[in-house]
Design a binder for this molecule. Sequence first.
Ligand SMILES: *[C@@H]1O[C@H](CO)[C@@H](O)[C@H](O)[C@H]1NC(C)=O
Ligand SMILES: *[C@@H]1O[C@H](CO)[C@@H](O)[C@H](O)[C@H]1NC(C)=O
Ligand SMILES: *[C@@H]1O[C@H](CO)[C@@H](O)[C@H](O)[C@H]1NC(C)=O
Ligand SMILES: *[C@@H]1O[C@H](CO)[C@@H](O)[C@H](O)[C@H]1NC(C)=O
Ligand SMILES: *[C@@H]1O[C@H](CO)[C@@H](O)[C@H](O)[C@H]1NC(C)=O
Ligand SMILES: *[C@@H]1O[C@H](CO)[C@@H](O)[C@H](O)[C@H]1NC(C)=O
Ligand SMILES: *[C@@H]1O[C@H](CO)[C@@H](O)[C@H](O)[C@H]1NC(C)=O
Length: 924
Amino acid sequence: MMEVAVALLGLSHLATHVTAVSTSVKVNWLEGAPKINTGTTFGIPWARGQHLANDTTFSTDSGELQSWVTAYWPDGSVKWSGHALAGSEVVPDAYTITATGKGNATLARRRRQAANGTSIQVEDSEQSIIVDTGKVTATFPKSGNLLVSEIKSASGKTVGRNGRLILNSQNGIPEYGDTTGVEYYKLTSKIYNATVSDDSTARSVVTVQGIHSTDANSTGTRKDWLPFTVRFYLYANSDAIRTIHTIVFDGESKSDFISGLGIRFDVPLAGEELFDRHVRIAGVDGGILHESVQGVTGLRRDPGAAVRGAQYNGTKTPANSTWDSRVSTRLQWIPTWSDYRLTQLSPDGFNIKKRTQAGQSWLKIPGGTRAGGLAYLGGASVGGLAVGLRDFWKKYPTSLDVSDATKDEGSITLWLYSPSAEPMDLRPYHDGLGEDTYAKQLDALEITYEDYEDGYNTPYGIARTNEVFIYAFDSTPSADTLSALTTHTNEPPVLVVEPEYIEKTRAIGSYWKLPEQTAGSSEAGTIESHLDFLVKFYQDQIEQRRWYGFWDHGDIMHGYDTDRHQWKYDVGGYAWDNSELSPDLFFWNYFLRTGRADVYRLAEAQVRHGGEVDSYHLGNFTGLGTRHGVQHWGDSAKQVRISTPVYRKIYYYLSGGDERIGDIIHETLQAEKGFYLVDARRKVRDPSVIYKPDPKALYLNFGTDWAGVGASYLLEWERRGPRWEEARSKLIQTAETFPKLKFGFVTGEALYDSTTGSWAPPPTDPNNNGTINVSHLSSVFGVLETLDQLIEHFPEISQPFIDAWLDYCYYYGATKAEQKARYGKDFGSASLRQGHSRLTAYVATRRSNSTLATRAWNEFLNDNSADELSPTDPWNTVRWNGSSVLAAIDEADWITTNAAALYGLAGIELLALVGPPGENAESY
Ligand SMILES: *[C@@H]1O[C@H](CO)[C@@H](O)[C@H](O)[C@H]1NC(C)=O
Ligand SMILES: *[C@@H]1O[C@H](CO)[C@@H](O)[C@H](O)[C@H]1NC(C)=O
Ligand SMILES: *[C@@H]1O[C@H](CO)[C@@H](O)[C@H](O)[C@H]1NC(C)=O
Ligand SMILES: *[C@@H]1O[C@H](CO)[C@@H](O)[C@H](O)[C@H]1NC(C)=O
Ligand SMILES: *[C@@H]1O[C@H](CO)[C@@H](O)[C@H](O)[C@H]1NC(C)=O
Ligand SMILES: *[C@@H]1O[C@H](CO)[C@@H](O)[C@H](O)[C@H]1NC(C)=O
Ligand SMILES: *[C@@H]1O[C@H](CO)[C@@H](O)[C@H](O)[C@H]1NC(C)=O
């Protein structure tokens, strides 16, 4: 089989010797060893040819390990592996993962070694899936309204029941309380299906899919909407259930308003005295609110120190015979608290209140700034449940309800969108301003830079993913434990491979190196300090400008208004960045080379945002994303340059193949259909060009269109996804046919056959005499990174294709005379020279041309145009406060996000590809 597969790829030189090898790789905790290890998943890259995927076993020095392959090199060797480690009481500072097995020369006998000492039990029946980790048992029905019907603690107590989703929605937004004509709907989850991962040794993944459907208490009825996918990750020896909750918005922005989106669990409390029932709510910086449903502290009469201490600590109070009888005989006069509510309606403050029961006044409990987002309800003897939302305050408006704590069954509701907030309003922010023709739309673009078109400013098909943790307890845990779990919820521990090792494998690009590998000149030191400056600048801007919110968290802004000392949040195409010119790749590559935790967290939030909110998952735009704008989904340019999975890839593999990101990556294959349904250049194409979209002849730009789907094909091939052979064949076909365009990549746009992957000359040049169409945008959306990864993956790819790409890299920044000599005409004025210096560096290294290294650094350091940063820029911020701004901010009016992204990425790549400037150039 191996021989056959390899022969198909034209690899006749495969070695036939047998080499059993063993490779050990160290993985470290991103933020140091966590206090609590509830189990974790991570990924490891492997050099090509090192370990045959199906003859390699993985083991570790500590903990129970489950392993799988997330990507393959074309020779069948492992490219990336995924690993899950079970929960453990002792948390080592690092782990060593060892791969043992044959090299690329032999066939394998087993797909995967069965893990020793399996401690997860899975029961998959017609009706439900039951998973027992040894510390928690959860039941997931396959139909009905419940996501999780029951959660049992380690000792078998039922501590959670009826886990379900709640959606409140309405068909309009009342102005000043006038609710005329507004209908309100109450919906709950309706399950389509639930499935469990095949392998469940160290971890088990249960995926539940469904939609929200009106429930019996709804005043209005409406059709089902808001489909969801909720994944539950359960680890051996862990009482935590990590939950990844995704919704796709499938409504109309003008008639479907979400007014509450939550997850609710009932918590059995029967048999527990009211004074032994506890409510705990995470506050600020590890703080915990300690409450009992019936408080016996602070009373006129003292029940005794032991009683008070136990209640405060959450342990069972001593027998009532030991209490001061002046208290124990008067419990009926002490109010009991049924309901608690925390609301975080802004990133700056939350309130908490409680009441004895519905119909009575709420009592304010002092609130605070930023809540930890976790609530616990339970009792000293019946046990209880805690539920927490990651980034609770960053994803405002959010809230937490503890209800019916005085009854036999209480509940906890975690609101991902708080019903106390105004309804979520996804309507367009303007009425179209009369832009009813392409001519008017293009004229408006001239002033606000917004590319408007009616019907394209739709949220239909965008998605959002939230991360929730559920913890089960046999008895009320200590406040310290809940505090540690709040930290765990907000910064789930991550294991990562060391930068040196990742770099050596060449499994994720050959264009980055570690700072210490490229140090040695003062110029390199300056660039390093600038990269650090830019990362810190964006981290600070996120905080100072409050780039937070249900849909917004994870994005940054695009352009700056120096007069108002304000990012252009309200100016057409300058507002949300939507990954324009790849800041994502800057941050991720910066993480890869430094291993810095803060950079990982920044880039991780961006992955969760861009892949979900800036991209479409349903409808005609599926697989495409939206250009930068005031609303993430508002602009009419729907392109794969925004949704390209190259922005998600590093996270995907490092996370051991995050299943949700895996889905998103797979969806981008559908951009092929998107190209047919949405003609990206409909407004700007010369009207003399007749073009009717046809799947067999799509008029595409190689960079802003094809490269994104090319990145998807490569991922599909690497992952051996369901369409991998088709994806591989299309890439190979593209590599065969693209260089046949007379001017190769300089042709810019040509006809793409999405059924085969082959290219033909553009309609403007049917005879292939050679066309020049060089756009500054073509190669600034991950093209170099995608093509480099393709060439590293499959060096056997057509050499003319590589040459055509290297020619483009060479000529983009070449002199007009050189361009003219080669193509008969020059390219006109080329902008984004600094960003394109990385193309020059790429061809310099691929063709071992040191003169080009000098040219690359010259382009990088002496661009002097709008979208660049130069050594003579201030490289500092200016503080504005007082009446000139809303609140004090640090301003760098010389930075645009385009420039920051290009400087960051080009700086990293030049250092890696051609070495620091001092070494390769006499003068710049
Ligand atoms: C091992 O992998 C090779 C190459 O992918 C494949 O051809 C072969 O069928 C596999 N063998 C087994 C036993 O899975
Ligand atoms: C197989 O592995 C050997 C040793 O690791 C390597 O030299 C060779 O290039 C590999 N062959 C292929 C096809 O990857
Ligand atoms: C696997 O389990 C068996 C039986 O419990 C035990 O004897 C053996 O040492 C275990 N092996 C490893 C590698 O943990
Ligand atoms: C679950 O049901 C949905 C809706 O019918 C369907 O699209 C999806 O493929 C199903 N998933 C599985 C794993 O069966
Ligand atoms: C409807 O409301 C009643 C009373 O509040 C409640 O007991 C019942 O669980 C609700 N039904 C649904 C489907 O939520
Ligand atoms: C409550 O907890 C504190 C701190 O752990 C401890 O010192 C104290 O003895 C506890 N009180 C009771 C009654 O358990
Ligand atoms: C003490 O507790 C017992 C059972 O737990 C109860 O029957 C009794 O009424 C309580 N005594 C007082 C004085 O509340």
